[in-house]
Design a protein around this ligand. Structure first.
Ligand SMILES: NC(=O)c1ccc[n+]([C@@H]2O[C@H](COP(=O)([O-])OP(=O)(O)OC[C@H]3O[C@@H](n4cnc5c(N)ncnc54)[C@H](O)[C@@H]3O)[C@@H](O)[C@H]2O)c1
Length: 218
């Protein structure tokens, strides 16, 4: 049994991650850290093999550092935090770190297809659409997609009620466009990816590993 604690356990993603862990036969939920629950990350590390973090851009790195210093592997879903800080902390630790800007399989495929398409079409732009409570813009997924694509790819951010997390990559060339679109209907779309990362984080070939594609295709 892998013992897993969740940071941000009272949040929209954290609540769902706790339920997914409780539903997994090979995992035990050993801690729920969240200021809203009166429990700090430091309080849950002693009984965990893996910490999962879905918190805020300004707290995720501190949580990851605390886990790594305690020898606890960390799986991070929080977007917009300082990735270079994570790289530095991971170098100092025997525990591993994994971060995915997007844990949904369809989003990972969208990013891969967009990268491939950008090698063949003249220009591209990204529209990312999220719920209005999202703190960072552009989204981590959009930033990572643009990074993987050829050329300068502008990103447009839309924040509206009724949306969970969608992204459109539009590519244009002579007399044609190609649109690659990924849409989610609720946050359960992320759970298979999160569980996969929890299962694999102890055995990563390097640390940190960034992107679910490394667990799915390589
Ligand atoms: N990688 C992905 O696939 C993916 C998918 C969805 C959301 N996200 C990201 O996950 C993060 C969380 O999203 P959300 O919608 O659940 O947000 P949310 O605001 O609903 O939840 C965040 C929770 O973190 C708690 N928190 C704040 N500081 C904390 C700390 N120091 N320690 C522990 N908990 C703390 C808050 O009290 C809150 O309950 C965001 O950065 C979002 O962009 C990533």
């Amino acid at each position: 049994m892998t013992r897993v604690a969740v940071a941000g356990a009272a949040g929209r993603m954290g609540r769902m991650v706790c339920a997914a862990i409780e539903g997994a036969g090979d995992m035990e939920l050993t801690g729920r850290a969240d200021p809203e629950l009166g429990t700090a990350v430091a309080d849950v590390l002693g009984s965990a093999d893996v910490l999962v973090d879905f918190t805020r851009p300004d707290t995720a790195l501190d949580n990851a550092r605390a886990a790594l210093e305690a020898g606890v592997h960390v799986v991070i879903g929080t977007s917009g935090f300082d990735l270079d800080g994570l790289r530095a902390a991971a170098r100092e630790s025997r525990a591993n770190a994994f971060f995915a800007p997007n844990f949904a399989i369809g989003a990972v495929l969208m990013m891969r297809f967009a990268a491939e398409a950008s090698r063949h079409m003249e220009r591209a732009e990204i529209i990312e659409l999220h719920h209005p409570a999202k703190l960072d813009a552009p989204s981590g997924t959009a930033a990572r997609t643009a990074e993987m694509m050829d050329g300068d790819v502008p990103i447009h951010s839309v924040r509206l009620p009724g949306i969970v997390a969608d992204q459109e990559v539009i590519l244009g060339d002579v007399a044609q466009t190609l649109t690659i679109r990924h849409a989610t209907t609720d946050r359960t779309s992320f759970m298979p990816g999160v569980l996969l990362a929890i299962r694999r984080v102890a055995d990563l070939p390097e640390s940190p590993v960034v992107g679910l594609e490394h667990l799915l295709f390589e």
